[in-house]
Design a protein around this ligand. Structure first.
Ligand code: NAD
Ligand code: UD1
Length: 339
């Protein structure tokens, strides 16, 4: 088994994926500039898995860093997580997003080509579907991202599609994640957002732990079961295992493929809130507020292709996601503590 370069491996999804890669016997080298993460995540990945990885603290936009890695390590595949992910910020600072997410990826791909490393798993997002005409969402649905963040994801997918057309010796996995939540069951690694969280579940756990006063539920007049937004929440461990499967698949030299990583189930904001109240054993105060601009009513995956092609399926339900997210939050009220 070759060595996997994980860009952004200290981040939320990256750190959980490193645990599963190490546990499956892969050697791992991480490159991360720690701009949105902590070195402690890597130390804890090592303690959970009982194995070491190589950490290179540096930026994927730095040619010298990439040269050093590809020259000195026998990398045969790359899992590319590094990038920015805040939708609101991408609207305010689009150039920052295009520069890191698109230009950063282009440099990484140029270096991969130079060193003849032609296997890549890319972190895309369900956001590339925009507001879908129906649910569940199949991989072949129209792609119409409507914010700069979502556009960077689609642009990179297009770049990878063209790269593959030009040279069929590449193997490329485009993984479209739905809404990752939860944490490793050890409670040692989890999501550690900087500042006030934008996403639902970190917001809920911070209310439960007493750091925030109450949850604002953004809209209860959507055409959904209870009027609140419906999403496909997926346990981060399931997502991490999806990457291990994608790497195994890439070893079979499949060319380019694109799969949804979701559970196929939609939960409403109020259902998620209830699941977290159960996990925390406390009531979580909330109020109904106006819709958040840019939000859609319903988003969940059709998972048939992932099952058939990748032989991968999510195992965990919302209860386990809530339990593990809460376990992480209560053991680490300030996350890694170095934000
Ligand atoms: P994260 O911010 O926790 O992880 C990203 C990591 O990349 C961080 O550790 C950050 O320090 C690092 N990084 C950013 N730019 C870098 C650069 N130029 N060089 C080196 N390191 C850099 O985010 P995450 O939630 O783990 O997401 C990982 C990937 O998955 C991202 O590409 C994101 O867009 C994508 N994604 C995330 C979600 C989600 O809800 N979390 C959903 C769909 C897709
Ligand atoms: C958001 C991003 C998406 C990204 C995903 C995961 C937008 C428009 N989309 O998706 O691109 O891939 O995060 O990082 O930002 N909610 C509340 N109160 C809150 C927070 C959220 O009611 O305080 C509701 C939202 O209205 C939504 C649901 O909870 O209905 C989920 O929200 P969130 O966790 O932010 O994820 P998405 O909006 O699905």
């Amino acid at each position: 088994m070759g060595k996997i370069l994980v860009t952004g491996g200290a981040g939320y999804i990256g750190s959980h994926t490193c645990v599963e890669l190490l546990s499956s016997g892969y050697e791992v080298v991480v490159v991360d500039n720690l701009e949105n993460s902590s070195k402690k995540a890597i130390e804890r990945v090592e303690s959970i898995s009982g194995k070491n990885l190589d950490l290179v603290i540096g930026d994927i936009r730095d040619e010298k860093i990439l040269d050093k890695i590809f020259m000195n390590q026998m990398v045969d595949s790359v899992i590319h997580f590094a990038g920015y992910k805040a939708v609101g910020e991408s609207v305010e600072f689009p150039l920052k997003y295009y520069e890191n997410n698109v230009s950063g990826t282009i440099l990484l791909l140029e270096k991969m080509k130079e060193y003849n490393v032609k296997n890549i798993v890319f972190s895309s997002s369900a956001t590339v579907y925009g507001d879908p005409h129906e649910v569940p969402i199949k991989e072949g649905f129209p792609l119409k991202p409507y914010n700069p963040y979502g556009k960077t994801k689609r642009m990179v997918e297009m770049i990878l599609e063209d790269l593959y057309e030009s040279d069929k010796s590449w193997n490329i996995a485009l993984l479209r994640y739905f809404n990752p939540v939860g944490a490793h069951e050890s409670g040692l690694i989890g999501e550690d957002p900087r500042g006030i969280p934008n996403n639902l579940t970190p917001y809920i756990t911070q209310v439960a732990v007493g750091k925030l006063k109450k949850l604002s539920v953004f809209g209860n007049d959507y055409p959904t079961k209870d009027g609140t937004g419906v999403r496909d929440f997926i346990h981060v461990k399931d997502l991490a295992l999806g990457h291990v499967r994608a790497i195994e698949k890439i070893m079979e030299k499949p060319g380019l493929f694109c799969v949804n990583l979701g559970t196929g189930k939609g939960y409403s904001v109020l259902e998620v809130l209830k699941a977290f109240e159960k996990a925390c054993k406390k009531e979580i105060p909330y109020s109904i507020e106006p819709r958040r601009p840019g939000d859609i009513a319903k988003c969940y995956a059709d998972t048939n292709y992932a099952k058939e092609f990748l032989k991968w399926e999510a195992m965990f339900g919302i209860e386990k996601m809530a339990e593990d997210a809460w376990n992480w939050q209560k053991n680490n009220p300030d996350g890694y503590g170095d934000n």
